[in-house]
Design a protein around this ligand. Structure first.
Ligand code: PMT
Length: 222
């Protein structure tokens, strides 16, 4: 596929939730369906890119697409999969909803309901995007931000802290945007431009807007 806007580019996309095990039958997860990340992966392939998709547990499919898919479960396993392919990439997009914390210990046996209250001690997961930002090189690094308040301010903070080139902000304040649904409403946050807001669109169209913006702003386009 020559002459497409992402021809010759290697792109890594993460999608979906992570599941953090509590015991052999239970986990802590979140409402990400994987849709946004999978639409990005499929659109990137259509636009000519060589696509690797690292996916948390989801029902989404990339059947019929030429996409290298790596399935993972927890934040730690997502980090490991991403690390194994990161160096070769030109573009990395973290659309996954990675759990910030995991249970400090995973019980070997199913936990019994012996007491009226129970506490699960949690420890912090690595921030994958932030870690990738410390060894970015010429790569274009893109994060998402899911905010519930002071969205632009928090998204700008994430851009800086994580050394990203673009943060795609989606807020749960917008109806029909964010988790699970077929549509999304996003604002692009960069270091040097004013925030760029888009209307509510299908996640397929949002994916195209994101990838078009990336293609136009690649550092490796020399
Ligand atoms: O999957 P869908 O149902 O289609 O929903 C899409 C979505 C809402 C999940 C997606 O559009 C989205 O916003 N994904 C990121 C959600 C999120 O975890 O946001 P955050 O603000 O907590 O994290 C900021 C960025 O850091 C994200 O790029 C995230 O992937 C990354 N991160 C977060 C925590 C962590 N431990 N490691 C990370 O890399």
């Amino acid at each position: 596929k020559k002459d497409l806007i992402l021809s010759g580019k290697k792109i890594l996309i993460s999608a979906g939730p992570t599941y953090e095990a509590i015991d052999p039958v239970r986990f802590i997860g979140n409402h990400s369906s994987g849709k946004m990340g999978f639409e990005l992966a499929k659109m990137a392939e259509k636009l000519g890119a060589e696509v690797t998709l690292v996916a948390g547990p989801t029902h989404q499919s990339v059947d019929g697409y030429n996409i290298k898919r790596m399935d993972v479960t927890s934040a730690l396993s997502m980090l490991e999969a991403i690390e194994s392919v990161y160096e070769a990439q030109d573009i990395v997009i973290m659309a996954a909803a990675v759990a910030d914390y995991r249970p400090a210990e995973i019980a070997d046996q199913k936990i019994k309901k012996n007491s009226d209250k129970m506490t699960i001690e949690m420890v912090k997961n690595p921030d994958i995007l932030k870690h990738l930002g410390t060894k970015k090189g010429n790569k274009m690094l893109v994060g998402f931000a899911l905010e519930t308040n002071d969205a632009i301010k928090h998204a700008k903070g994430k851009l800086e802290r994580k050394n990203a080139d673009l943060i795609v902000l989606n807020t749960l304040e917008d109806e029909d945007a964010g988790f699970g649904v077929e549509t999304n409403k996003v604002t692009f946050i960069t270091a040097d431009k004013e925030p760029l807001s888009f209307p509510l669109k299908s996640k397929t169209e949002v994916a195209k807007d994101i990838l078009t913006f990336i293609a136009q702003n690649l550092k490796t386009n020399a």
